[in-house]
Design a protein around this ligand. Structure first.
Ligand code: ATP
Length: 243
């Protein structure tokens, strides 16, 4: 579905990505794991055209998108849920969700987006209950639901989620990750997931890439990497192998 080859990205003179190859298969959840500063967020930003990069990014049905800007990439259906959620604090939940439609609906579109809204409310009933509440007043977990809901309003072909668990309590994370799996399994949307919580990411993913120093240092089936000694020692802790 999404094929990335030899991707390089720079912040001024600093080379943050040093030739990354990653592919996201149809219907799969693929995760990127790595320590702080490894380049995970940079990779998502590069894919969605937010920073300058070279190399090749191909999206099924659209071909090469490396020359396109972030607006065109969002229009193509590659939808990025950024680290930190970036909910609009002064807009209601419903208006935040409406902003997600802009890539296909435009600012003054007259098409209905009721179906998309109903689907998001069915997935996250809490958002329906909070429909008229302002973004700033939501809890962290609700803001993450809203950020994912807004991305679903954009009719994604591929979803990229950056650190959805960040700052959330374990029970909230468990609920949220169930929803992420549901989106993937029932709506058949491939997901590229960046996650600090390696165990959680490997548990729900089909494929995994370990990133370090702007390079992929290991890749494979998530179920296999969970038991790989190098992954266990560096990212899961010594009691993780049998869990
Ligand atoms: P984290 O989990 O801490 O978010 P990450 O794997 O997502 O880490 P990135 O944020 O992609 O890492 O950072 C990769 C490298 O690029 C780091 O060395 C970081 O210092 C550098 N970097 C990131 N953003 C910028 C920026 N705006 N300007 C300069 N350097 C940056």
């Amino acid at each position: 579905m999404l094929e990335i080859k030899n991707l390089h990205a720079y912040y001024g003179p600093i080379e943050a990505l040093k030739g990354i190859d990653v592919s996201v298969a149809n219907d799969s959840i693929t995760c990127l794991i790595g320590s702080n500063g490894a380049g995970k967020t940079t990779l998502l930003k590069s894919i969605s055209g937010m920073i300058h990069r070279t190399g090749s990014i191909e999206l099924d049905g659209l071909g090469e998108i490396t020359g396109k800007n972030s607006r065109q990439i969002a229009r193509a259906g590659l939808i990025h849920v950024p680290e930190g959620r970036h909910v609009f604090p002064g807009l209601t939940v419903r208006d935040n969700l409406e902003t997600g439609t802009i890539n296909w609906h435009g600012f003054f579109g007259r098409q209905s987006y009721r179906d998309e809204l109903e689907e998001v409310y069915a997935l996250f009933p809490r958002l329906k209950e909070r429909e008229n509440q302002l973004g700033w007043s939501l809890s962290g977990g609700e803001q993450q639901m809203l950020a994912i809901g807004r991305a679903l309003m954009a009719r994604p072909k591929v979803l990229m989620l950056d650190e959805p668990s960040m700052g959330l309590a374990p029970l909230v994370i468990a609920e949220l990750f169930e929803k992420i799996v549901e989106v993937n399994r029932t709506r058949h949307i491939p997901i590229l997931l960046v996650e600090q919580n390696a165990r959680l990411a490997l548990d729900i993913s089909d494929q995994a890439y370990i990133i370090d120093g702007g390079r992929v240092i290991l890749e494979g089936k998530a179920a296999d990497l969970k038991h790989d000694d190098r992954v266990v020692q560096a990212y899961l802790g010594k009691f993780a192998a049998g869990q």
